[in-house]
Design a protein around this ligand. Sequence first.
Ligand code: OFO
Length: 170
Amino acid sequence: MISGKLRDALNKQVNEELQSYYIYLGIAAYFEEKNLNGFAHWMHLQAEEERNHAMRIYNFLYDRGARVNLLPLDAPPAEWASPLAAFEEALDHERKISGLIHHLVDLAVEEKDHPTQAFLQWFVNEQVEEEAAADDIIQQLKLVGDAPTGIFLLDRELAQRQPAAGGESG
Ligand code: OFO
């Protein structure tokens, strides 16, 4: 049986993942508005991954005999100064999420909850990939600067992103 402390912290993480979904949906809408359809496609897939992360934790809580309490979400911003600013916000957000995941692992260790520790390892690794992916795009955007041809080519590249395999993974 999962402890009340860990249950509440995982419930909060369901909310954080859904908040991530909402922020990335907001960024996708901003790209859509700018006719950057490849950027929007990339962000839609990222948003979907976040919803899947929330569902992983949701399902885990029920598997452990706990219940899920859904919490309110904040409205994301509607505007960013540039595609670079939007991706920088995404990376800052992922760094915050990594910190929260690490805190959850610490709590699971304190509570001597081995199943939760094992469960969270997937998220620890996923965060490394997510931070690296956002940082990679930020570096490309910095190289391109305001050059329309560079933005156009990057938009085409981001349009190639494929959904993560395996339903709720990724
Ligand atoms: Fe982007 O992170 Fe979920 O966990």
